[in-house]
Ligand binder design. Structure first.
Ligand SMILES: [Zn+2]
Length: 271
């Protein structure tokens, strides 16, 4: 006995059942077409997806310049953030500054005040900083900073210095391209140990200062920008010494969100 090919069986089935089968078949095709159309018309799940799609080419050109750790960050963040963007919203405490979004060279906050020696922060950040230093001192913890506001020119010098010390690939995992440093905002600080020179090491997190900051800084509106385990998202190594002021309320929201600062600003920040 020869078996009928499957398509012939289907044809015979429809033929035997007559008009009802054709009607059902037509209904199935029409339903499928309507479903496809509805999916086309449905708004995209996030407002930035269209912009980021059109920027993927720019993202590729940036990837060529950055180290492997940053490439991962570029890919994971591409869903949200356009590449090679200059933001003019530096005054906003929730402005997103990262490897792809930078400030214009001439951006300087208008309310910088001195906090320690020649180091400057924006007024709000400076007040919060001095309250935090006093609170830590009352608990016997001396907080010292080695860096605060950095101009675009300062960043050029810093970045070039680290490139000369560590090479370009390595430098990019902990030092920002000029214009891409949170320090240009006048709200970021690098802590160090009292009496010592800069202490840029993971082990700062285990010192009394690092541990106090980790537990208390958010009460004063300061948050850790580059936490451990988020390197592929931030594009930076774990920097237990680098904190950024975003205000007490925002710091609370950040803590309850469970996100790192980069993720939080991609969602709730501006650029
Ligand atoms: Zn820093």
């Amino acid at each position: 006995m020869t078996k009928n090919p499957p398509q012939l069986i289907i044809f015979r089935m429809f033929k035997s059942k007559g008009k009802l089968s054709y009607l059902i078949l037509t209904l199935i095709i029409l339903t499928s077409l309507i479903f496809v159309k509805i999916n086309d018309l449905r708004p995209k799940s996030d407002a930035n997806s269209t912009a980021s799609e059109s920027n993927s080419v720019l993202g590729e050109s940036l990837q060529e310049k950055v180290s492997p750790i940053s490439i991962t960050a570029t890919i994971s963040a591409q869903k949200w953030v356009p590449s090679n963007t200059i933001t003019y919203k530096g005054d906003n405490l929730l402005v997103l500054i990262n490897k792809k979004i930078g400030l214009p060279p001439n951006y300087e906050p208008s309310d910088l005040v001195f906090v320690a020696g020649t180091l400057r922060l924006r007024k709000g950040a400076a007040n919060a900083y001095s309250n935090m230093v006093s609170a830590a001192a009352r608990e016997g913890i001396p907080l010292v900073i080695s860096s605060a506001y950095r101009s675009y020119t300062d960043q050029q010098n810093t970045f070039n210095y680290w490139v000369s010390k560590s090479g370009s690939q390595q430098a990019q995992t902990f030092s920002a391209f000029p214009g891409h440093s949170q320090h240009q905002l006048g709200t970021a600080v690098d802590f160090t140990l009292a009496g010592g020179s800069s202490f840029f090491s993971e082990s700062f997190g285990q010192t009394a200062q690092g541990s106090w900051l980790s537990n208390n800084a958010s009460r004063f509106g300061f948050v850790l920008s580059y936490p451990k385990g988020k390197e592929s998202i931030t594009g930076y190594i774990y920097e237990p010494w680098h904190y950024r002021y975003i205000g007490v309320e925002n710091a609370k929201r950040l803590a309850s969100s469970g996100l790192c600062l980069e993720e939080f600003l991609q969602r709730y920040g501006v650029w």
